[in-house]
Design a protein around this ligand. Sequence first.
Ligand code: AKB
Length: 318
Amino acid sequence: MKNVLVIGSTGQIGSELTMELRRQIPEGNIVAGYIPGAEPKGVLLESGPSAVADVTNAAQLAEIIDKYKIDTIYNLAALLSAVAEAKPLLAWNIQMNGLLNILEIAREKKCAVFTPSSIGAFGPNTPHVNTPQDTIQRPKTMYGITKVSCELLSDYYFSKYGVDTRSVRFPGLISNVTLPGGGTTDYAVDIYYAAVEGRDFACPIQAGTFMDMMYMPDALKACIDIMNADPAHLVHRNSFNVTAMSFDPEIIRKEIIKHIPDFKMHYVADPVRQAIADSWPDSMDDSCARHEWGWKPTYNLETMTVDMIAALRKRFGK
Ligand code: AKB
């Protein structure tokens, strides 16, 4: 991995992944791809090249890949689960037609491709506790349908054309840099902002709803380590279960109260997000990722909470 195009570079993962790749590969072209209206700003704009990279415009992508001699594409363009339910056709167009454009270009120009999958690729019939790597995947949401289809299409391009496609199934990602937009697991980010800003938090996910989660530094490590893994050791490709912790809203609330004792939370009903959360795993088994490419998260709920609160207090001067 030397010259990299990050599509969706101003999003929750992209904004931090682009900077991390620039730190780790200072001699390479790490191109921040974006769509008009979501332009990179500040250090993301100033620390390296950027280009308009709309996944629905294959000619535009091909031009960037030639110009910067791109060998690896991080395809982070996607609508998250709750937004995808509101805009299913747009989600299909971005997630499926976008990936097809990328895979065709990767086949022609010999690029490796990372497209994140999600816990959303599982559904109500999947075993919910210690969800195995290889199991039933019959999601009921458009987000989940596109995630399973992306896994299958990526495996197809690997086995038929030898395109080096790799992926992980991300749980909810928690970060203090860029907010997620329109996901089911967003509450686990919003809760920290409310606590640090001294606001009462209205939690849209009900007590007792467990989901896998991960702190962003571990997610960045997963994105990079999987693309650097020795292909000879990969039995799976698209996509690996990866997780770092599993909790419900009460467990994270109690962890925050250890640091902010007067933090208050109440519950509000969000039937769309709740139905999605209920269909997802409570906890995944990520032993294949650990075994095949050495996956091991650094942060648990306690250490993440210390870091999140410290970072947000610094940002908001609290
Ligand atoms: C979402 O909630 O939609 C995402 C995900 C788990 O894929 N964070």
